[in-house]
Design a protein around this ligand. Structure first.
Ligand SMILES: [Zn+2]
Length: 148
């Protein structure tokens, strides 16, 4: 199969030039299933996921304590490790907002409250993602572009 880069029309392999615009035809690229960049589920083994699911949930529901417990109990599991890193991102952001926000009266305090609710929602989303055996980066937090 060949296609025209300009009109996006597809042609048979024996065609060379687009009948619509006269452009050179290209061999169609194989269709790769689109997977969001933030979804790493396919990178982990099923055995790892099912064995360490519960421990992978802890960092999201127990914060720093959960992060430490999971690190100690399942530090060698890539799946649990992934979620420890994601939960760590959420915790670091929350801590940073708390420190900076505390300095700025009212507006900063408001930011702490808003971010607190946001972090709670993100943790819940991540928790349910682990329930399904997925490995997705937390929304919003991952777009901050640090702690990769
Ligand atoms: Zn064309």
């Amino acid at each position: 199969m060949k296609y025209c880069p300009k009109c996006h029309l597809s042609y048979n392999d024996d065609a060379n030039i687009c009948t619509q615009c006269g452009n050179q035809l290209f061999v169609a690229a194989p269709q790769v299933p689109v997977r969001p960049l933030t979804d790493h589920t396919a990178e982990f083994q099923k055995e790892d996921v099912s064995a360490n699911k519960v421990l992978a949930m802890l960092p999201y529901i127990m914060g720093w304590i959960g992060i430490i417990v999971t690190l100690l109990a399942a530090g060698t599991s890539p799946y649990a490790g992934f979620h420890v890193r994601q939960a760590l991102k959420i915790q670091v952001c929350t801590t940073l907002v708390s420190i900076i926000g505390a300095i700025i009266p009212f507006l900063g305090w408001l930011a702490i409250a808003v971010f607190g609710v946001m972090a709670l929602v993100i943790n819940i989303i991540c928790f349910f993602s682990v329930c399904k055996g997925e490995a997705k980066e937390p929304p919003i937090i991952n777009s901050l572009g640090f702690l990769k």
